[in-house]
Design a protein around this ligand. Sequence first.
Ligand code: ATP
Length: 237
Amino acid sequence: MIGVFGGTFDPIHFGHLRTALDVYEALGLRELRFVPLNVAVHRAQPVASPEQRLEMVRVAVAQQPGFVVDERELRRQGRSYTVDTLRGLRRELGDTQPLCLLIGADAFNGFPDWHRPGEILGLAHLVVMQRPGTAARYADEARVELQRRRAMRVSQLRSAPAGRIWLQGVTQLAISSTEIRRMLAAGRSPRFLLPDAVLDLVGRAVCYRRQTGRPVAAPTQPVGSEISRRPTDLTPE
Ligand code: ATP
């Protein structure tokens, strides 16, 4: 089975990485693909550039076997619809490989309003990540879908390429990219909320500290990476 974890990753943090590892191990995934979006559909557009976010995801997952970065949404023009990403993966991986799309419990509530939710479930299983030991309250439409499709054993995911819904308890870490961006803009350090290698990149990204212009996390290496040469990073401070 292959997992697909889409997100803005603006920046990627331990909330993403720890939950991803929880799912990877619980389901015995062969591979977990991190798919940074290009143009958001249901939310504000990212602050960091696609190249910056891609580099942050790359360094974040580099040390974890089985974690890979999938650039397809960044290469695609226009809005990043999950259904297009899954169609592309299906074309590459064939019709029989089970695909597991990871989404948060909140996102699952809004899932019926996504672009082509029925087709998404024809292409992948949904893995809904939730607080362990608690029953999340799902909206009516999502609850009906869950009752119809819920898998109670991992073997039920393995035995079909798509179409089931799995509830997975994951480590709760109250970390969000929004909060990290707020800290950066206020000149506070987000150290210990995200990997040090990501922190180094974040510290060089002027886009995250526009509001104050103050350095936020002393980079351990001099500015000079491909990312920091982007025009957005050359904005005078
Ligand atoms: P933002 O604060 O900018 O909205 P975010 O921290 O929620 O960003 P995203 O990149 O938008 O991060 O999230 C990608 C996926 O990761 C979503 O499915 C989201 O539910 C999940 N996610 C984000 N943070 C956590 C966390 N701390 N624990 C579990 N899942 C998370």
